[in-house]
Structures are given as structure tokens and as C-alpha cells.
Design a protein around this ligand. Structure first.
Ligand code: TRP
Length: 453
């Protein structure tokens, strides 16, 4: 269907291009910055296990569903929902699902960009040798001084947003594919080297123990919600990012296999990052639950003492910034695609407006680490509030609706046709996961959090 639209909407040059772009979207600050610090805040092993279950039972099925919806309509998320609702003869209100995704993407990018700014600032710090021979205390001070300065945070946030918009304005094919192609292997090798360093610290076993030996008494209903929310966040699900990428996907490609591959790679990166970080945390008497600053207070200790640490530090933060860039693009692409395809904006104009909105909103996060650190809503700083609102609420709600749509609203014949699974059993398995398991899991976690269960 809608082949006429396809030419103006663009398409990936190949399956591998889609895999690279979707992996680029999935692997980002979520894996290397967020996963370790929320694992630290939620007590380690038990949290990791819940998270892995969420990826398997909720994340992968929804990733398949989201890609499928996008590819079927070949439109932006807002129009995708309109078109597929019409095809299924369903209620017009599904429209708002596409909308919520566009908004969630803009909000996430507003704080994502501030943190990505930290990563880029750390490239410079690594380059000028700030970490050289510094111990845990000195490294923590470098971080604390840095985030105490609103001007610095705003400068790096602005730089990151401008770079993101310059890439987005050029469209999907150019640049993005190439960036990811070289980024992923390098990032992977760097993480392995960091794990090797962690093995040399006296606390390697303690780190592994913390990560992989579960203590379920540390698990609260809020940590289960965080683990589930993070499964959506790290796989870029629930807001239409993967839907947009799916819409550029040629028809002859197996969606299910591709989704499993991407989720697997994403999880491996998050685990490697954590295996590298926690031994350093314990070896230097740092706190596992020190929050968003965790990687910035630990990894530089390694860079400051290991051989070749100067170069590794620079490379690592360059990679982290680049990984954040390939994710940030996917956070804003739904908004841009919608402005261009539905509102008749030129791509330039769409980029300027959406970029400015995100930049402005990001100031709230930049100030929440210093001048406005006392400003609290429901006991949360602006950054924590935006993060909770999006990752823990909007994405799971979006994902729940996507699951219901794909499992119950869309005609079985259509999903079967679009997924084109190798055998009937795989299709049935997906159908059960998407119709029952994933929505019920999200629903029960929510009931638990609001105290009904
Ligand atoms: N998955 C990315 C990360 O782990 C962040 C991200 C990119 C994202 N696009 C998204 C999160 C869409 C939610 C929705 O860093």
C-alpha cells in the first residue's frame, strides 16, 4: 500500500542500514549512563533480572509491533495511527497515540541533550589531562564543580542541540548510516578494554556480585516500574521512533529477526558498561547510588591511572557523544517528519522550530543541577520529573497502546502479512506476547505502583 508516498518519504538503502540506524537509536546514554546509575540506585542484581525479563517479554514484542506499524503505513507516527485506524475501521481517538509519541520525544530530548552535553564536555576534560593521576575524590570534585555551573551546562547543551539539528536537517540516509557503522564496533572494543581494566581492580568480584546476585528484598514497586520504563527507554520504544524508522524499511525484510538482534546488542552494551563501572565504584569507595553523575565520577578514575588512559578517555567520551547523537536524531525525527509531511513545513523550518522548543525546555534540566536544585515537584527536581514522566509513564503507556493496537485492533491478516514470519509458531508466539503478556505486564506494574495490588 501507499507506494506513491514512499518516494518522497525516503527509504533505507538496505536491511543493514535499518539495523544500524535502529541500533544507533537504541544504544545511547540509556545503556552507558542511565542503566548503570539506576541499577546502582535500585540495589543491583534483582533490578537487572527484572529489566532483562521486561526486555524479553515486553520490549522485543513491542519493538516488532512498532516496526510493523510504521512499515505498513510508511508515514510519520501521527499519520500512521490515522491510516491504520482507518484500515482497521477503528475509533479515531487512536490518533492521540501518535501525538503523545511526538511530545514524549521532544521532552526526552530536552534532558537527553543536557546529559549528552556533559559527555562532550568530558571529551575536552580528557584531552586537557584533567583526570591524570586523580583519585576518586578529585574526580568527584571535577564533576561537582562542572554541574554547579549553569553557563557550562547550557553551552554544551546548545552545542549538542545544534549538532543534532544539523544532522536531522540533511535527512535520514546521509551521515547517519556511516556514523553508526564505525561507531558501534569502536564503542564495543572500548567497553571491552574498560572491562579488562575493571578486572585489574581489587573489587572486580564485588562488582559482579552486586550486578548478578539478586537480593529481591531490595526491590520496591517503584524499582520494578523503573526497570520496565527503562526497557522502553533503552530500546527507543513507546513513542514512535522505531515506527518512523520502520516506515523507511523496505518490504522484503524480516522484522522479527532484526528486532531480536537489536535488542540483544543493546542489552550486551548496557551489561558491559555496568561490568566496567561497578568494580571501579567499589574499589574507590564511591557510592553505587550516587545518581546521574555515576559514570562521570567513576570511569575517569580508570582513565587517569591506566596505561593509554589519556587516549582511551578521549575516545570513550567521543564515542559516548556520538552514540547520544545517533539516539537524539530518532527522538526528534517523529516531530520533524510530522511537521514536514502533515503541516507542509520545509525540513529546515521544521528543524528550527522543533529544535528551539527542545533547547528551551532543556534549560530547565540544566538549571535543575544548580540554581534551581531546590525547585521540586512531587519531591523531584525538574530533571527527575521529566525523566519519570517520560520513561516511567509516557513510554509504557504508549507501548501498552501500541500492543493493544497491534494485538487487538489491527486485523490478524494484516499483521501476519506484514510480519511474514518463517513459520506459524513464531507468529503465534508473538501474537500471544503482544495481545496478552505485554499489555498485562504493563498494567499490573501500574496497578502495583498506585497501590491497588
Ligand atoms: N534508546 C536511547 C538510549 O538508550 C534513547 C532513545 C532514543 C529513546 N530514541 C528514543 C528513548 C525513543 C525512548 C524513545 O539512549
Amino acid at each position: 500500500m501507499t507506494d506513491t508516498k514512499k518516494s518522497e518519504h525516503g527509504a533505507w538503502s538496505s536491511r543493514i542500514a535499518f539495523i544500524l540506524a535502529a541500533t544507533g537509536s537504541a544504544v545511547g546514554l540509556g545503556n552507558i549512563w542511565k542503566f548503570p546509575y539506576i541499577t546502582g540506585e535500585n540495589g543491583g542484581g534483582a533490578f537487572v533480572i527484572v529489566y532483562i525479563f521486561c526486555v524479553l517479554l515486553i520490549g522485543i514484542p513491542i519493538m516488532i509491533a512498532e516496526t510493523m506499524l510504521g512499515r505498513r503505513s510508511q508515514r510519520n507516527p501521527v499519520e500512521t495511527m490515522d491510516l491504520l485506524t482507518e484500515e482497521a475501521g477503528a475509533d479515531k481517538n487512536w490518533h492521540y497515540l501518535g501525538w503523545m509519541g511526538v511530545i514524549a520525544g521532544l521532552i526526552i530530548l530536552s534532558y537527553y541533550s543536557v546529559i549528552a552535553g556533559w559527555a562532550s564536555a568530558y571529551v575536552l576534560k580528557a584531552f586537557t589531562g584533567s583526570f591524570f593521576d586523580a583519585d576518586g575524590v578529585a574526580i568527584k570534585k571535577i564533576f561537582d564543580d562542572f554541574v554547579a555551573s549553569p553557563m557550562q551546562l547550557i553551552f554544551w547543551h546548545s552545542l549538542f542541540m545544534v549538532t543534532t539539528m544539523l544532522i536531522v536537517v540533511r535527512g535520514i540516509n546521509k551521515g547517519l548510516e556511516k556514523a553508526v557503522q564505525f561507531l558501534m564496533p569502536t564503542l564495543f572494543v572500548l567497553l571491552l578494554l574498560l572491562v579488562a581494566y575493571a578486572m585489574t581492580t581489587k573489587s572486580y568480584n564485588q562488582g559482579l556480585y552486586f550486578l548478578f546476585v539478586p537480593d529481591f528484598s531490595k526491590l520496591t514497586s517503584d524499582s520494578v516500574l523503573s526497570a520496565m520504563g527503562h526497557a522502553f527507554f533503552t530500546l527507543s520504544l513507546g513513542m514512535g521512533a522505531i515506527m518512523v524508522y520502520g516506515s523507511y524499511l523496505p518490504k522484503n525484510i524480516s522484522i522479527a529477526k532484526t528486532a531480536i538482534l537489536i535488542a540483544g546488542a543493546d542489552t550486551v552494551v548496557a551489561l558491559l558498561a555496568s561490568i566496567a563501572i561497578f568494580p571501579i565504584v567499589f574499589a574507590n569507595n564511591l557510592e553505587a547510588d550516587s545518581g546521574p553523575g555515576l559514570i562521570f565520577q567513576t570511569l575517569p578514575v580508570a582513565f587517569g591511572t591506566m596505561t593509554g588512559g589519556w587516549l582511551m578517555g578521549i575516545l570513550f567520551f567521543v564515542m559516548l557523544t556520538t552514540a547520544a547523537l545517533t539516539s537524539s536524531i530518532s527522538l526528534i525525527e517523529p516531530a520533524v517528519a510530522w511537521l514536514v509531511e502533515s503541516k507542509g513545513f520545509s525540513r529546515q523550518k521544521a528543524c528550527v522550530w522543533s529544535g528551539l522548543t527542545v533547547w528551551l525546555l532543556g534549560l530547565g534540566t540544566a538549571f535543575s543541577f544548580n540554581s534551581w536544585s531546590e525547585v521540586k515537584f512531587f519531591d523531584r527536581s525538574i530533571f527527575q520529573l521529566l525523566d519519570y514522566l517520560t520513561a516511567n509513564l509516557m513510554l509504557p503507556i504508549g507501548g501498552f497502546c501500541i500492543a493493544i493496537f497491534a494485538g487487538w485492533i489491527m486485523k490478524q491478516q494484516h499483521s501476519e502479512e506484514e510480519l511474514d514470519m518463517p513459520n506459524a509458531e513464531s507468529y503465534q508466539l508473538w501474537k500471544i506476547l503482544i495481545s496478552y503478556v505485554a499489555p498485562a505486564a504493563v498494567f499490573f506494574v501500574f496497578l502495583h505502583v498506585i497501590g491497588v495490588l
